[in-house]
Design a protein around this ligand. Structure first.
Ligand code: GDP
Length: 297
């Protein structure tokens, strides 16, 4: 199960209070120390932890907890509320263009799950809204990427536009958008190239595609299992591309939760979806409150 380490540590920290009646300020201090350690061990960004713990401590030493006959429950309530807040409070829907097509540009490092997520999301829109998406294969550096998108497209009844690997990505996108206009596709997904790390050439290429396609949504896909690294990657992409949303993938294998808890606060951009498995229907809307409940167990 995702986040099991963090859940266990938080439960232990707060559980100690359950045995007490009224609690003192020093009890609060001790719990906060343990919560802080639990979050750092979960690989949550240091500044996020600091701010989080400070807010909870301030609220916890207030009368609502110290005077309470059920202090542990009060602390759980506060921690829960602050977890929801740090993850963005509300679910944020996908941007939609007033006129078709809505263009969604997928960006992210290689292996993060871009191609899979583009297909999952296109299928979700097709199934839930009877959408008619077109996927554009613009990752010309990894030949297998185009085949992968085409295979996923064929398996799921999603059309894919490609021009092989010998044409520039910008040209592919330009032609793909013409096809989408002719076919009146209501959504266009642009699957861009990833790299192992952020580099200038990649960013320039993505900026060129952005300029041409003026996407309604630039969705950054990051691998949640990489913890703080995912947060740094998101910060890097966001500073150069002004992303509009984040998809956290591989949450099914993430035992720690650092990325989920840091990325919104660090980038200011909403997590819109989470990937929770390799299958096509393993993509869900991100609800901060449900995630907080899951973390608290
Ligand atoms: P890309 O290079 O960013 O396009 O990454 P891919 O879409 O090719 O994904 C890389 C690998 O991660 C593939 O084996 C996917 O099946 C896998 N993957 C993507 N999303 C998830 C997820 O949410 N959970 C799990 N377990 N695997 C995922």
């Amino acid at each position: 199960m995702a986040f099991e380490g963090l859940t266990e540590r938080l439960q232990n920290a707060i559980g100690k209070l359950r045995r007490k009646g009224k609690i003192s300020e020093s009890d609060v201090k001790e719990v906060m120390r343990e919560i802080r350690l639990a979050l750092l061990e979960a690989d949550v960004n240091f500044s996020v932890v600091k701010e989080f713990v400070k807010t909870i401590r301030e609220r916890a030493v207030g009368a609502e907890v110290l005077e309470s006959l059920t202090p542990a429950q009060q602390i759980v309530k506060i921690v829960n509320e602050e977890l929801v807040k740090v993850m963005g409070q509300e679910a944020v829907p996908l941007n939609k263009s007033p006129k078709i097509p809505t263009v969604i540009m997928m960006v992210g490092l290689q292996g993060a799950g871009k191609t899979t997520t583009a297909s999952k999301l296109a299928l979700k829109l097709k199934n839930e809204q009877h959408a008619r998406p077109l996927m554009i294969a613009a990752d010309v550096y990894r030949p297998a990427a185009i085949d992968q998108l085409k295979t996923l497209g064929t398996e799921n009844g999603l059309p894919v536009f490609d021009m092989g690997t010998d044409v520039s990505p910008v040209k592919i996108v330009e032609e793909g958008l013409k096809v989408a206009a002719e076919n009146k596709n209501d959504y266009v997904f642009i699957d861009t190239a990833g790299r192992l790390q952020i580099d200038e050439k990649l960013m320039q290429e993505l900026a060129d595609i952005q300029k041409l396609a003026t996407p309604d949504e630039i969705l950054l896909t990051v691998d949640s299992m990489t913890g703080q690294n995912a947060t740094e990657v998101a910060d890097g992409f966001n500073s150069q591309l002004d992303i509009t949303g984040i998809v956290l993938t591989k949450l099914d294998g993430d035992t720690r939760g650092g990325a989920a808890l840091s990325i919104r606060a660090v980038t200011g951009k909403p997590i819109k979806f989470v990937g929770q498995g390799e299958k096509m229907n393993d993509l869900d809307v991100f609800y901060p409150d449900r995630m907080a409940s899951r973390i608290l167990g």
